[in-house]
Ligand binder design. Sequence first.
Ligand SMILES: Nc1ncnc2c1ncn2[C@@H]1O[C@H](COP(=O)(O)OP(=O)(O)OP(=O)(O)O)[C@@H](O)[C@H]1O
Ligand SMILES: [Mg+2]
Length: 374
Amino acid sequence: MKGGEGRKTPIQSGNLPPAEADGKAHTAAVEAGAEPSRGILDPGLRGAEDEKESALRPKRLSEFLGQDRLKENLSIFIRAARERGEALDHVFLLGPPGLGKTTLAGILSWELGVDFKVTSAPALEKPKDLAGILTTVTERTVFFIDEIHRLKPAIEEMLYIAMEDFELDWIIGQGPAARTVRIPLPPFTLVGATTKAGMVSSPLVSRFGISLRFGFYEVREIILILNRSATILGMDLSPGAASLLAASSRGTPRVANRLLRRMRDFAQVFGKGRVTEAVVKEGLERLEVDRYGLERHDRDILRSVIEKYGGGPVGAETLAISVGESVETLEDYCEPYLIQAGFLQRTPRGRMAAPLAYEHLGYRTGNADERLLF
Ligand SMILES: Nc1ncnc2c1ncn2[C@@H]1O[C@H](COP(=O)(O)OP(=O)(O)OP(=O)(O)O)[C@@H](O)[C@H]1O
Ligand SMILES: [Mg+2]
């Protein structure tokens, strides 16, 4: 646990930062996407396609497809807050990348009819960076902090007071002459998002009144998202093609939208513009994405566990090194889907290949030496 409960520690810093230090610069930092990843989730791809992605990003709750349970609860909380004219309680969003956390934060501000400010924890280097944003927050603003597990302790402490008391502690001057001023803040809604729930300190988690956990989307939900995106992009997507694509989208809207755009390219160059089942089959093959949505990199991970470590258990660090990956990328971007889809198991002693991995990659279950030839 980091930060601890000592929430009354004032911030050691100089003058209050200028009010113009608003969320815009931070928005750019978020858009630049500091997270490491591979394949279809690669930040390089993200940068290049950010603009196009924003066209597909739902703005209202009714356009946010799937995750019905989560949406139902949220719409009740939104309505109640609106009717009372109060700020919505602070919201904690957790789940793997690309499932719609950032999208939902934006939707919250739209549905509440309030300002939206965006930053990400790595962009907040000094307490004054956070104070700079907090001092520009207006009544009921939705203030979104992405990757909230990466907050520095001093900033986290400042956030505790802001979240709980709607106040900012600030030290003016230095040495014996230093004094603390408390600056009142308007009630606002903090939305914190993370892919790593286990790395967020419990004092921070406990200050969120609403906690929403994203699970991977079902195939039928991804089909809805693909059809919506195809309409926005003016694409002709056959129902069979949508089903095939959805099955290979790892239950992740971001992946679905990326694959959809690539299929549009293939259809344009090799076909008559219509995205049919045949186009999708050929396209996925070219991208080396299989029918489960695994990319070459995912298969390398599984093969590594099976061939180099006898199916496991193997520690995350060792496995990461053997596939030339950082532990963080392995754990955040590759493993969640492999585990959820039943290819990999996480045990106290390390990662183990599941029977589905052997079967899918053409090994006889449990025996890496006897690879079937076909
Ligand atoms: N429920 C949804 N309905 C329709 N489209 C969605 C939905 N969720 C996400 N998307 C699409 O997927 C894209 C990725 O979503 P978003 O950026 O919100 O994910 P994220 O959870 O914030 O990911 P990360 O953890 O990498 O920041 C969005 O641009 C949007 O187009
Ligand atoms: Mg995000």
